[in-house]
Ligand binder design. Structure first.
Ligand SMILES: Cc1cc2nc3c(=O)[nH]c(=O)nc-3n(C[C@H](O)[C@H](O)[C@H](O)COP(=O)(O)OP(=O)(O)OC[C@H]3O[C@@H](n4cnc5c(N)ncnc54)[C@H](O)[C@@H]3O)c2cc1C
Length: 421
C-alpha cells in the first residue's frame, strides 16, 4: 500500500501541504476540527460587519474535491505518539501515519492573565469574530438607551490591546464605523464621539514595518480619530475598562489583539519549544529525531538568514507546507531533504478606506495605491470564485455607500463578561 501522510490542520499550511501531495503516490488524510478552511486575513471584516462568515470560509472537502488520494476527516487531534507513529483523536480513536505534517497554527495568549479573556476577546476564529461584532454593535445600542453621561461615554469607548496589524485594522475600521457608517442612525448619541484607543506596550505600533510606513499608519489612524498609545502596557482588564499603569480608562468594549501562542497539540511531540510554544524544527522543518514528522506555519519556530524568527503570516505557512510535502516525496524517492528558505515577498497592513501601507522590500508605499494593492491581493488569494465575487461586490457597495451590510446582532441577551469567547 502507498505510504500514508497525515496532515493535521487545514489552514494555510495544511491545505497547501495536501494540495502539494494531491495526485502523488501517497495516501493523504487531512484532519481538522472544523469542516472549513478559514481565510484569517479577512476575519476582522467579519468582526466589523463588512463580510459574512461564509465569505471568508470554504468547506475543506470542497476545496480538495479534485484530489482522489486525499481524504478529509472532521476531528480534533489531542496528542501525537511519535514512537508509535499514531495520532490520537478526541474520541480516543487512532490514526496511524508514515509521515506526519502538523499545521495546527496558533491562538492568542493573555501572557498568564487568562482571567482577562472574558472581558477582552481575541480574534482568531469565526466564533471570535461574531462575538466581537456582537459586542461592538451592542455597545452603540446600549449607549443610545443610556441616560447617565459617564456610563454612556464608557459604552462608547473601545480599547484595543496590541498594535500589530490586527489591532490597527480593527481600530481603523472601528473609526470608520463610528464616524461614517453610523453617523446618521442614532438620535440620543452621536456615534462620532466614540473614543477608540489603540494601546501598544512596545515602543511603536506595527513593529515589523519601517519607520516611515509606521508614521503613515499613525497619521491615517489619527485621521480616523484613533488615539494611539505606544510604550503603554495594560496592567489590568475588568468589566468596566482597562488600567494602564496609573491611568484608569473606563471602556465598555475591550478587544485583545496582542500575544500569540502555538497550538497546544505541538507540546505532545516531545520536541524543543521556543517561548511562544512553537516547535524548534530542524532546517528541513522536521522534528529533531523524527525525520518523518514536520511542523509548519504558526506552530513552527524557524529563523531567517539574519537569525530573526519568521513571522506568523500566511506566506510563511504556505511555503513551509509546500517544502514539507516536497521533502516527503523526496524521501520516498530516496533523496535527501533540503533546508527551507523563505522567500519574503513583502508586508502589507490596511488601516481603513483608502489607507494602507506596503513594504515590498524593493519598494515601500502607503495610501490609496497600497490600499488598492491590498484589496487586489486579498481578492486573488481568497478561495473560490463565489467568495471572490461576493467579497468584491460587498467591498464595492461598502466603498460607495459607507455601509456595512452585515450589522446583525445575534445572542442579544447574552452576558458579555461571564463566558470566554
Ligand atoms: C485576525 C488575523 C488576521 C491575519 N492577517 C494576516 C494577513 O493579513 N496576512 C498574513 O499573511 N497573515 C495574516 N494572519 C496570520 C495567518 O492567518 C497565519 O499566519 C496563518 O493562518 C498560519 O497558518 P497555519 O496553517 O499555521 O495555521 P491556521 O491557518 O491557523 O490553521 C490551523 C488549522 O488547524 C486546525 N486545528 C488546530 N488545532 C487542531 C487540532 N488539535 N486538531 C485538528 N485541527 C486543528 C484549525 O481548525 C485550523 O484549520 C492573520 C491572522 C489572524 C488571526
Amino acid at each position: 500500500m502507498e505510504p500514508h501522510v497525515v496532515v493535521i490542520g487545514a489552514g494555510f499550511g495544511g491545505l497547501n501541504a495536501a494540495k502539494a501531495l494531491a495526485r502523488r503516490p501517497v495516501r493523504v488524510t487531512v484532519l481538522d476540527r472544523h469542516n472549513y478552511h478559514l481565510f484569517q486575513p479577512l476575519l476582522y471584516q467579519v468582526a466589523t460587519a463588512t463580510l459574512s462568515p461564509g465569505d471568508v470560509a470554504s468547506p475543506i472537502r470542497w476545496i480538495l474535491r479534485g484530489a482522489p488520494n486525499v481524504r478529509v476527516l472532521l476531528g480534533e487531534a489531542v496528542s501525537v505518539d511519535t514512537a508509535g507513529r499514531r495520532v490520537r483523536l478526541e474520541d480516543g480513536s487512532l490514526l496511524d501515519y508514515d509521515f506526519l505534517i502538523v499545521a495546527t497554527g496558533s491562538s492568542h495568549t493573555y501572557f498568564g492573565n487568562d482571567q482577562w479573556a472574558p472581558c477582552a476577546p481575541g480574534l482568531k476564529t469565526l466564533e471570535d469574530a461574531l462575538e466581537i461584532r456582537r459586542r461592538i454593535l451592542l455597545a452603540f445600542e446600549r449607549a443610545e438607551r443610556e441616560t447617565d453621561q459617564a456610563r454612556r461615554q464608557e459604552l462608547l469607548t473601545f480599547v484595543l490591546v496590541g498594535g500589530g496589524p490586527t489591532g490597527v485594522e480593527l481600530a481603523g475600521t472601528l473609526g470608520e464605523i463610528a464616524r461614517q457608517t453610523l453617523r446618521h442612525e442614532f438620535r440620543s448619541i452621536d456615534p462620532r464621539r466614540a473614543r477608540i484607543v489603540l494601546v501598544e506596550a512596545g515602543p511603536a505600533i506595527l513593529p515589523s514595518f519601517p519607520r516611515n510606513l509606521r508614521e503613515a499608519a499613525r497619521t491615517a489612524l489619527h485621521r480616523l480619530g484613533v488615539d494611539v498609545r505606544e510604550g503603554t502596557a495594560v496592567t489590568a482588564i475588568d468589566q468596566h475598562g482597562v488600567t494602564l499603569g496609573r491611568e484608569r480608562l473606563a471602556a465598555g468594549t475591550v478587544l485583545w489583539t496582542a500575544g500569540v501562542t502555538a497550538s497546544p497539540l505541538v507540546r505532545t511531540l516531545g520536541a524543543p519549544l521556543d517561548r511562544p510554544g512553537r516547535v524548534v524544527v530542524a532546517p528541513d522543518l522536521s522534528v529533531p529525531g523524527h525525520p518523518e514528522v514536520f511542523v509548519v506555519g504558526d506552530a513552527a519556530a524557524v529563523l531567517d538568514r539574519h537569525g530573526r524568527p519568521l513571522p506568523g503570516v500566511a506566506p510563511v505557512a504556505i511555503q513551509q507546507a509546500r517544502h514539507a510535502a516536497r521533502t516527503v516525496l523526496n524521501r520516498l524517492r530516496g533523496r535527501p531533504g533540503a533546508a527551507f528558505v523563505y522567500r519574503d515577498k513583502g508586508n502589507l497592513a490596511i488601516i481603513g478606506r483608502g489607507a494602507a501601507i506596503a513594504d515590498l522590500g524593493w519598494i515601500r508605499f502607503s495610501g490609496v495605491f497600497a490600499w488598492l494593492f491590498w484589496l487586489f491581493l486579498h481578492i486573488v488569494e481568497l478561495i473560490g470564485f463565489r467568495s471572490r465575487l461576493v467579497v468584491l461586490v460587498q467591498w464595492a457597495v461598502a466603498y460607495v455607500t459607507f455601509q456595512r451590510s452585515v450589522r446583525l446582532i445575534t445572542n442579544v441577551g447574552r452576558s458579555d463578561r461571564s463566558e470566554p469567547s
